[in-house]
Design a binder for this molecule. Structure first.
Ligand code: BGC
Length: 438
């Protein structure tokens, strides 16, 4: 087995507009549903109005990416920055993304665009948001604006980030914007979201100015088998992609979007055969956001883990084996090349007396998860790249600014950036194309 990762492997990092940009009312932008979250809905009453002020500091941030040696950078577009109201294109907002893309390319960093990463414009929400079918043509128009402006330089596209997550958190459990609890609307929400995704795929294919690579970033997950016997692997495989948590996390979304197969869940929810031809549009890769295994419950609910189990600062269990099994089970079922669109760890990072940020836990995490990814690659699974979550500490949605996921530390009072030790280790991994992991 070669110790290196495949040639051209895209070593990168990821972010999302609402989590880093700030400048929430600047240059014609209008608020998103996250900007208008109430104090009691976000920890410590925090908000994302300024966040990392990346809107003004993007050049400095790209320079840090270059210093670390990133080959790619996955970021998302703020819909309300480029379309502050229905039918109106905001040239100043588009210019920000265009300049960011130029800056990345100038620094030999491949731009990867997520069209929607949760920050729905308030004006779209007022028209019904994901509950209304009106969102489908609105999303199509928005995608077209972005594709027209950026596709001469952007090749990599993800239509939507973690549909399962924002529908579950935002519309069913009410813990993310728009803070609704409406379980019974699951089939409708899902259908609108999948149709919007399909429209965006068609728009990218029709209008892109170069051959695009199109995918979705799913919040995926899997069970780690109890042992590597065929029987145990088979049990884990079934629970990962068919039943158990795997039904809602993976199959509910991926079967219609990738295999054109409708799915039923809990006897009352289903996708419909008649929508499949529209929903299932050809994809070039499957984006997987991988954090925790399902073994002790779903993502947040890991109460059943034995005492002392390693966890990140949000309480999510750290078990690197999920990286291998998740990639393997998903590839076996969907046969699409895989891009790790997110993977990372929240820690209680702080600046030490020497002015540096020492984060050995993140370095250890990186080594552990990347070695498991390499195992999948060595078994012949096409993995195109790895986008670490996140390039910098940022606004962790309803958890505010306490959890720090970044490779770069952000002091929110001064906006000073400090490259963490783990980022320098990541840099070494990138320079050796993964050979130093062995
Ligand atoms: C999301 C990110 C988020 C990260 C850590 C993913 O679910 O796409 O926006 O910050 O996980 O929670």
């Amino acid at each position: 087995m070669s110790t290196a990762f495949p040639n051209g492997f895209l070593w990168g990092a990821a972010s999302a507009s609402a989590q880093i940009e700030g400048a929430y009312l600047e240059d014609g932008r209008t608020p998103s549903i996250w900007d208008t979250a109430k104090k009691k809905q976000v920890k410590h009453g925090e908000n994302c109005h300024i966040a990392c002020d990346h809107y003004h500091r993007y050049k400095e941030d790209v320079a840090l990416m270059k210093e670390i040696g990133l080959k790619s950078y996955r970021f998302s577009i703020s819909w309300s920055r480029v379309m502050p109201e229905e039918g109106r294109i905001n040239e100043k907002g588009l210019r920000f993304y265009s300049d960011l893309v130029d800056e990345l390319i100038k620094n030999d960093i491949e731009p990867m665009v997520t069209i929607f990463h949760w920050d729905m414009p308030l004006w779209v929400y007022k028209k019904g948001g994901w509950l209304s079918e009106k969102i489908v043509p609105l999303f199509r128009d928005y995608a077209k604006v972005v594709v027209d402006a950026l596709s001469n330089r952007v090749k990599w596209w993800m239509t939507i980030n973690e549909p399962g997550c924002f529908i579950m958190n935002g519309y069913l459990q009410g813990v993310h914007a728009p803070f609704k609890r409406n379980y019974l609307a699951l089939s409708k929400l899902t259908r609108n979201c999948m149709l919007a995704h399909a429209e965006a795929v068609k728009v990218i294919r029709q209008y892109a100015k170069q051959k695009p690579m199109v995918g979705v970033a799913f919040s995926s997950g899997a069970y780690v088998p109890k042992s590597e016997s065929e029987a145990d692997i088979d049990i884990a495989r079934k629970k990962s992609v068919e039943t158990g948590n795997g039904l809602m996390a993976n199959r509910w979304w991926m079967d219609p979007m990738i295999l054109s197969k409708p799915v039923k869940a809990y006897g009352i929810f289903s996708s419909k055969e008649k929508d499949m031809a529209e929903i299932c549009q050809p994809l070039d890769f499957i984006g997987l956001n991988i954090y925790s295994s399902f073994n002790y419950g779903d993502w947040g609910d890991t109460e059943k883990a034995p005492e002392g189990t390693p966890r990140n600062s949000l309480g999510w269990v750290i078990d690197e084996r999920v990286m291998y099994w998740n990639v393997r089970f998903i590839y076996e079922r969907y046969h699409l090349p895989v891009m790790i669109t997110e993977n990372g760890v929240a820690a209680n990072d702080a600046v030490s007396l020497d002015g540096k940020v020492h984060d050995p836990n993140r370095t250890d995490f990186l080594y552990r998860y990347l070695k498991e990814l390499k195992r999948a690659i060595d078994e012949g699974i096409p993995v195109l790249g790895y986008q670490h979550w996140s390039i910098m500490d940022n606004f962790e949605w309803a958890e505010g600014y306490d959890p720090r996921f970044g490779l770069v530390f952000v002091d929110y009072s001064t906006q000073k950036r400090i490259v963490k030790d783990s980022a320098w280790e990541y840099s070494r991994i990138i320079q050796t194309n993964g050979s130093c992991l062995k």
